[in-house]
Structure formats: structure tokens, C-alpha cells
Design a protein around this ligand. Structure first.
Ligand SMILES: [Zn+2]
Length: 212
């Protein structure tokens, strides 16, 4: 299972880049919070998640995303949340969401390159995008991978107080929680408390019935 990086305020429980981006909106102390409020936030997430194409990082020429990029990223995130919700509900993903992904694909400028990396030969897309939007394509790619390979395996955390999504890659496909340390443990503790209370009240009832 993916984990959250120790010092990060972002969560990487999704097992999918596009779901990790959806999960930049989360619940905290009962309120919904958005972790992407500025271009700096977006930049930080792009670096931590690996959404930024490597050659853009390596070249060192990368510019901070502008306000337009933040707005477009949030629009895409809203569509990806819709996609996650529909996939988790076993519904067909709405045509307007597919069209939005297609619109991003049509805008893409660049070419595929054969590259020798640490793990051997890989295909890498070299972006010629000059607007700083290439990370959106990485998210779109991830969404397309999920749509084509993740049917029936996208879930929302079962906690009523949680809005996080994940791609269930467990062997038996029965993952229920965004993470065991958070919602999983809270559920376990609540179940334990509920069972103890039920047991206590059974004892009380028995005590009442027992003649002195
Ligand atoms: Zn959760």
C-alpha cells in the first residue's frame, strides 16, 4: 500500500497519481480543506508526487505554474473527482469527463522518446509545452490508465468522515480504508468500543435479573 511521505502534508494513499491529486481535497477536523490554494502549493505537490515530467525537473528550466495552470489543474481535479466517484459507484463515466480528457490530449505537443533509465529502457514523453501545463498531461495519462485498467477497483474510503479515493491493488481486493493508521484504526477502535458497550449492557441486564 502506498504511504504518505513522512514530512509531507500531502497524502499518497491513492495508488494512482490522478487519485492522489483528487485527494488534495480532504477532511480535517470535520471540515473539507483544499491543499492546493496557490501556485506554490501546486508546485510542491507536482514535485512530491512525481507528476512533473523528469526532463522538466532535470533541465532546471522549469517555471512555477501560473494562476492559469492552478485554475486548469483544479478544473481537471473536479472532473477527476467525478470520474472517481462514478467508478467507485460502478457507474459509466460521464461523456463530458471523457471529453475533457480528450481535450487535454488534443492540446498535447511533444513526442515519445526511447530512454535508458535505471530500470532499463522505457518510453518517455518529451513535452514541448511552453505554458507549463505538461504536468496536467501526466495526470490525464494516469486517469486514462485508471479508466482502462481500474474498473471495479476504485473505492472511496468507507469512513463517513473521509472523502479520499484509492485504487485497490490488494490481492483480495477488499481494501476498505484510505490508510490503516487513520480511518482503519479509528474504525477498529470504534468497533472495539461498541462491542465492549454491548457486552457491558448485557452484563447489566443479567445482573438485574439475578436474584440477590
Ligand atoms: Zn479515510
Amino acid at each position: 500500500m502506498a504511504t504518505s511521505k513522512a514530512s509531507s502534508r500531502f497524502l499518497f494513499y491513492g495508488n494512482s497519481l490522478c487519485l492522489d491529486f483528487v485527494n488534495t481535497e480532504r477532511m480535517r477536523e470535520g471540515a473539507r480543506v483544499d491543499l492546493i490554494e496557490s501556485a506554490d502549493d501546486l508546485w510542491e505537490w507536482m514535485l512530491e508526487s512525481g507528476a512533473l515530467p523528469l526532463d522538466a525537473v532535470e533541465s532546471g528550466k522549469r517555471q512555477l505554474p501560473g494562476e492559469v495552470a492552478v485554475r486548469e489543474a483544479k478544473e481537471l481535479r473536479a472532473a477527476l473527482r467525478g470520474m472517481a466517484r462514478q467508478m467507485a459507484a460502478g457507474e459509466t463515466v460521464a461523456p463530458e469527463i471523457a471529453e475533457m480528457l480528450n481535450a487535454h490530449l488534443r492540446r498535447r505537443r511533444g513526442y515519445q522518446q526511447l530512454t535508458l533509465g535505471e530500470g532499463g529502457w522505457t518510453r518517455r514523453f518529451h513535452s514541448e509545452d511552453a505554458q507549463g501545463m505538461d504536468f496536467l498531461f501526466t495526470l490525464v495519462d494516469s486517469a486514462i490508465d485508471l479508466l482502462s485498467g481500474g474498473q471495479g477497483l476504485v473505492r472511496q474510503c468507507e469512513s463517513n468522515h473521509c472523502i479520499l479515493y484509492f485504487f485497490d491493488t490488494t490481492k483480495n481486493h477488499r481494501r476498505r480504508w484510505c490508510c490503516m493508521e487513520g480511518c482503519g484504526n479509528r474504525h477498529k477502535a470504534a468497533e472495539h468500543y461498541r462491542r465492549r458497550k454491548a457486552k457491558d449492557s448485557r452484563h447489566e441486564t443479567l445482573d438485574e435479573k439475578t436474584p440477590l
